[in-house]
Design a protein around this ligand. Structure first.
Ligand code: BDP
Length: 714
C-alpha cells in the first residue's frame, strides 16, 4: 500500500515537473503567467481581485473568462472565485449596457470596435468595451499590468488600436518550408489539417490576441494556387475556426495565375469576363465555408510572380478585379508595392514609386497597397519609402519584416523596435512638418478609411517558436506597435522582459540595455553609414560585397555600394539616379545636401570620396573602420552583460543565448573583416592604427560558400 502511494506521489510530482518544463520558459511566450514574487504587492492583488464576474456569454467572452481565471490564479497563487455576482468586489468585465453603466462618465464611442477601458469604480475594477473582442483585449491588458507588477489601485487605461488591420504575414509554403524562416518549419501542418488541431494553433491565437494582432495571412507571397482548391480551403476553415473567438481573421495569398492553374482557363487577364467570374465564384466558395475570411494578399509582377502586367494591365486593374470579387462579403485586398524589374534600366529604389504613384485614386475602396518600410528590401537601415505620403487617395499599409532575413537571421540577438520606430517616426513632409509615416498608415494624415500594418512573421515550429529566444520580442513588438505606434522601444522592451524573464530589477535593466544596444550594433557591423544589400547571394547570409555576377544587376552588392577608388555609395541626387526627387522637397533637400544628410543614410544617397571629412573629424574611410569595429565591440559588451545574468535567468535560455552570442561575435567579426578588407582595396588606405588586424585574407572570405544556408531551399 505504502509503496503504491509512493509511486503515485512520485508520478504526480513527475507530472507536475513535466508540465512545468513543457509549459516553461521556452515556449510560453508572453502569456506564460507567473506568481507575483513581490510579497507586499501579492497581498494587495489578492485583496483587490478576489472575484471575477464576466457579464454575458459568447465564445470570445468564454475565452476571456478562462484566461482571466487561469492567469489570475497563477499570478495570485491561489484559486479565484468566478461565481461572483455583478456586485462583487473584484473584477467586473463585459461589453453590455449594465457594465458600461458602472462607468457613467466614460465616452464609449471613442473606444471603437476593439478598444477597451480598465477603470476602478468603487471597490470594483471594471473592464469594459463595445465588443467582446474589446473585452478580450482588455483582459489581456489587465493581465499584462499584473505581470509587469503595476501598483494597485491601477491607473485608468483607455486604449484602442490606432490601426485597423494588424496582420502577420507568414511566408509559409504548403510543404511547410518557410521562406526566410529561421525557426523550423511552418506551424501549419497542412497534411493533418483539417481534422487534427494542433495545440500550437490555439497557443498562437492566444499569443496574438494578447498583443492585439487581428489577422494572419497563412501562405507565402510567392504563392501556390493550390491553397485555393477545396481540400485546402477546408484546412484553412479549420484554422479560421480556431482563431475566430480570438478576434483573428485568416487571409490567403492569391496567385494571380490561379484561374489558369486550377481553373482551367486560358488566361488570367483581369479584364477578361471569364477570369472575373472565376474569381467571383471562388470568393463565394471561400466565404461559404469561412464567413469571416479576411481577403487576399497579392505579390504580382515581382520576382517572377505573375500579375496583370503579363496582360498589359495595371496593378490597379489586377487589384480591383480581386477587390470586386471579395467586396460583397466584406473582404479586402492587400496589394503589394514591392515590385521592380531588371528590364527597366532604372534605380531599383525608384521603381515601386514610379509604378504606383500614378495609380493613386484608381483602386477600389477595399484595396490597401502594402508598402515595405524602405525603398529596397528590409535592410538593416533604410530611409522610409517615398511612397508614404505620396498617395493621399489610396490607403497605404506598412510592411515590416519581423523575421531577420537581412539581420543576422536565426543567430543574432536583435531587438527591432528602434528600427520600426525610425520608419514610423520619419517625417515625409508631404503635408508640412509632422507628416510622419505613422500618420500616413494610421490614416490621420490623409483620412484613409481603411488602415493596416503587416509584419512578416518569424514564427516556426521550433520549441520556442522563433528560434532565437529574443525573436519572441520582435513578434511581441510588432503587435504592440501595430496597436499603438506611439509606444516607445524602451517601454515595449520592459513589458516583454518582465513577462518573459520576470520583474527582477537587475535582470530587467541588463536585458533592456542589451536589447537597446543590439540594433545600433548590428547596423555598425553589417551596413554602417547607409551601406545596403551587401549580403551573400540568395540566402543573404553573411557579407559578400564583392558579388557582381548575380542573375540581374539589382541583385548584386556592387550595384548598391558602387565602391571605386574615388569613394563609395550610391549617388541618388540630381547628378545621379535622382531618386531623391521622389520625396517632398524638404526631405529631398535635407538628404541631397551632403552636409545635412544624416550620416546614418549617407551612402544611400551619395557617392562619397574616401577622404570626405565626417562630423566626427574622421575621414569617411576612418569612420567606416570606426563603425565596423564599434559594432563588433558592442556585441562583445552585450555578450559580457549577458554573462552577468547567470543564475538570474533560467539555465536553458541562459545557455542558448550564450551560445548564440558567441556565434554573433564570430559573425560580426566576419562581417567587419570581410567588408573592410574588400573596401580597403578601393580606399587604398590601411586600417587606422590601433585596430586589431583581420586574421584572414579577403580571398578566404570570398571563397566561402553556404549551399545549405536557410533561404536557399524550397
Ligand atoms: C525579399 C525576399 C524574398 C521575398 C521578397 C518579397 O528575399 O524571399 O519573396 O522579399 O518580399 O526580401 O516578396
Amino acid at each position: 500500500m505504502i509503496s503504491v502511494m509512493k509511486t503515485t506521489c512520485c508520478s504526480i510530482l513527475f507530472l507536475v515537473l513535466f508540465h512545468f518544463c513543457r509549459a516553461g520558459h521556452h515556449d510560453g511566450l508572453w502569456i506564460r503567467y507567473t506568481k507575483t514574487d513581490n510579497p507586499a504587492l501579492l497581498q494587495q492583488y489578492r485583496r483587490a481581485f478576489p472575484v471575477i464576474h464576466i457579464q454575458g456569454g459568447s465564445p470570445t467572452l468564454d475565452l476571456a473568462r478562462t484566461e482571466l481565471q487561469q492567469g489570475l490564479r497563477t499570478i495570485l497563487g491561489q484559486p479565484v472565485d468566478t461565481a461572483g455576482s455583478f456586485m462583487s468586489i473584484g473584477i467586473i468585465a463585459g461589453a453590455g449596457k449594465q457594465v458600461q453603466e458602472l462607468l457613467p462618465s466614460e465616452d464609449f464611442t471613442q473606444l471603437g470596435k476593439e478598444g477597451f477601458v480598465i477603470r476602478q469604480a468603487g471597490n470594483r475594477l471594471v473592464i469594459s468595451a463595445n465588443t467582446d473582442a474589446g473585452i478580450l483585449y482588455g483582459v489581456y491588458h489587465f493581465l499584462r499590468l499584473l505581470q509587469t507588477q503595476q501598483p494597485v489601485p491601477l491607473a485608468t487605461v483607455k486604449s484602442s488600436p490606432k490601426i485597423q488591420h494588424r496582420i502577420l504575414n507568414h511566408w509559409d509554403n504548403l510543404n511547410r518550408y518557410v521562406e526566410r524562416g529561421y525557426s523550423g518549419i511552418s506551424i501549419w501542418n497542412w497534411h493533418t489539417l483539417p481534422d487534427y488541431i494542433d495545440q500550437r494553433y490555439i497557443d498562437y491565437a492566444r499569443a496574438n490576441a494578447a498583443i492585439g494582432i487581428n489577422g494572419t495571412v497563412l501562405t507565402n507571397v510567392n504563392a501556390n494556387a493550390l491553397v485555393l482548391t477545396r481540400p485546402y480551403l477546408e484546412k484553412v476553415a479549420a484554422l479560421a475556426k480556431v482563431f475566430r473567438p480570438y478576434g483573428i481573421r485568416v487571409y490567403l495569398t492569391a496567385r494571380f495565375s490561379a484561374p489558369i492553374e486550377i481553373g482551367g482557363l486560358k488566361t488570367a487577364d483581369p479584364l477578361d469576363a471569364d477570369v472575373q467570374a472565376w474569381w467571383k465564384t471562388k470568393a463565394k466558395e471561400i466565404y461559404d465555408i469561412i464567413p469571416d475570411f479576411g481577403g487576399f494578399l497579392v505579390k504580382a509582377n515581382s520576382e517572377g510572380q505573375p500579375g496583370p502586367q503579363n496582360y498589359k494591365r495595371t496593378h490597379a486593374d489586377g487589384a480591383n478585379m480581386l477587390a470586386d470579387a471579395v467586396a460583397p462579403f466584406g473582404g479586402i485586398v492587400m496589394w503589394r508595392a514591392f515590385v521592380y524589374t531588371n528590364e527597366t534600366p532604372e534605380d531599383r529604389f525608384k521603381q515601386a514609386y514610379n509604378e504606383f504613384k500614378p495609380l493613386d485614386g484608381q483602386f477600389r475602396n477595399n484595396v490597401l497597397v502594402q508598402v515595405k518600410n524602405g525603398p529596397i528590401d528590409f535592410q538593416p537601415r533604410e530611409p522610409f519609402s517615398p511612397l508614404f505620403g505620396a498617395m493621399p487617395k489610396t490607403p497605404l499599409m506598412m510592411e515590416f519584416q519581423v523575421t531577420q532575413e537581412y539581420l543576422g537571421q536565426g543567430t543574432h540577438l536583435l531587438y527591432e523596435a528602434q528600427m520600426f520606430k525610425e520608419a514610423l517616426e520619419a517625417d515625409t513632409w508631404q503635408k508640412g512638418k509632422g507628416s510622419t509615416v505613422a500618420r500616413v498608415i494610421d490614416g490621420s494624415l490623409h483620412q484613409y478609411k481603411m488602415t493596416g500594418i503587416a509584419g512578416v512573421a518569424n514564427i516556426g515550429n521550433d520549441a520556442n517558436w522563433t528560434g532565437h529566444p529574443f525573436g519572441q520580442a520582435n513578434w511581441y513588438t510588432f503587435g504592440r506597435l501595430a496597436w499603438d505606434h506611439e509606444l516607445s522601444a524602451t517601454a515595449i522592451a520592459d513589458e516583454w522582459i518582465k513577462q518573459s524573464f520576470g520583474n527582477h530589477k537587475t535582470t530587467v535593466n541588463a536585458v533592456r540595455n542589451i536589447m537597446l544596444a543590439s540594433y545600433p550594433a548590428l547596423v555598425n557591423y553589417m551596413t554602417p553609414l547607409g551601406l545596403h544589400h551587401i549580403m551573400g547571394t540568395g540566402h543573404h547570409y553573411g557579407p559578400a560585397p564583392w558579388v557582381s555576377n548575380a542573375g540581374r544587376a539589382d541583385w548584386n552588392p556592387v550595384y548598391y555600394h558602387q565602391a571605386d577608388t574615388v569613394g563609395i555609395g550610391f549617388n541618388r541626387t540630381a547628378t545621379g539616379s535622382n531618386a531623391l526627387a521622389q520625396y517632398a522637397p524638404q526631405v529631398r533637400q535635407l538628404y541631397e545636401n551632403i552636409n545635412t544628410c544624416p550620416e546614418a543614410y549617407l551612402l544611400w544617397f551619395h557617392h562619397v570620396p574616401w577622404q570626405h571629412k565626417m562630423r566626427s573629424g574622421r575621414t569617411l574611410w576612418e569612420e567606416l573602420c570606426h563603425d565596423y569595429y564599434a559594432g563588433v565591440d558592442a556585441v562583445k559588451t552585450i555578450r559580457q552583460q549577458w554573462q552577468g545574468l547567470k543564475g538570474l535567468v533560467d539555465e536553458e535560455r541562459f545557455s542558448q543565448v550564450s551560445m548564440l552570442l558567441d556565434i554573433q561575435v564570430k559573425e560580426a567579426t566576419w562581417w567587419r573583416d570581410a567588408c573592410l578588407l574588400y573596401f580597403g582595396q578601393f580606399s587604398r588606405r590601411p586600417l587606422p592604427t590601433g585596430y586589431e588586424q583581420p586574421d584572414k585574407t579577403l580571398e578566404y572570405y570570398q571563397q566561402l560558400r553556404f549551399p545549405y544556408a536557410p533561404g536557399n531551399g524550397q
